[in-house]
Design a binder for this molecule. Structure first.
Ligand code: DC
Length: 220
């Protein structure tokens, strides 16, 4: 079974996806982490993200692995190196949408995501899972929250990671990424017609997970 979770940045997709995956015993595939890993590779190799041909070449040779740990966060491996923390740096967040809007980059990473999805039951979260990566997914969710609440959640998350950030910078980053992610030509952020929409603004993590869990347990 494939469960697709899409939605804008800061809506809490990865938080609920991880918990739901554990509850169901499914593999969790964080596709945003893959775009982040490629962005890290570009920056570390001094490849400007607007040099599309060079970024595409990097994408074609990249090796990204996601390792599910039973009782801890996901491990993200880039060319054999653990980059789980490095991909959360502000410099990556700043440029990742520019990398993710390149059509050929998406083709390479979507291909990898489909291969990962064939390993068994899994939950994938991202922006185009229900529309492009797995349009035939058995369950699709679109997780949303008000812009103010998304800023609030992302601010707390970054603080939790020990990053000193200003709330206004988090707000500017989310607005900028929302704009690029939803207006790009190739697979922009869209709710699939058959996705279940959940506005999580006034819901706790547990309430969101319960709604999703109950839906997954229903037949059909
Ligand atoms: O979910 P995230 O914030 O880690 O994602 C980082 C960026 O990657 C996000 O700004 C848009 C892009 N992305 C995408 O275009 N398609 C996906 N399936 C997942 C993420």
């Amino acid at each position: 079974m494939i469960i697709a979770i899409d939605g804008p940045a800061g809506a809490g997709k990865s938080t609920v996806a991880k918990i739901l995956a554990k509850k169901l015993g499914f593999l969790y595939i964080d596709t945003g982490a893959m775009y982040r890993a490629l962005t890290l590779k570009a920056l570390d190799n001094h490849v400007p993200v607007n040099d599309e041909a060079a970024v595409i070449r990097l994408a074609q040779g990249v090796k990204i692995d996601l390792i599910n740990n039973p009782d801890g966060p996901l491990t993200v491996m880039l060319d054999g190196k653990d980059v789980s923390l490095a991909i959360r740096q502000p410099r990556i967040t700043q440029f990742v949408s520019d990398v993710a809007k390149i059509k050929e980059v998406r083709q390479v990473l979507v291909q990898m995501q489909r291969e990962m999805g064939r390993r068994g039951d899994c939950i994938l979260d991202g922006r185009d899972i229900g529309t492009v990566v797995f349009p035939g997914a058995q369950r699709k969710f679109f997780i949303d929250a008000s812009p103010g609440e998304r800023v609030n959640r992302r601010y707390k998350e970054l603080n939790g990671l020990g990053q000193k950030v200003e709330e206004q910078d988090v707000a500017a980053d989310l607005a900028n990424r929302d704009k690029i992610d939803s207006t790009r030509q190739t697979s922009p952020l869209r709710q699939a017609a058959d996705a279940i929409y959940i506005d999580t603004t006034a819901l706790s993590i547990e309430q969101v997970v319960e709604k999703m869990y109950n839906s997954c347990k229903q037949n059909g």
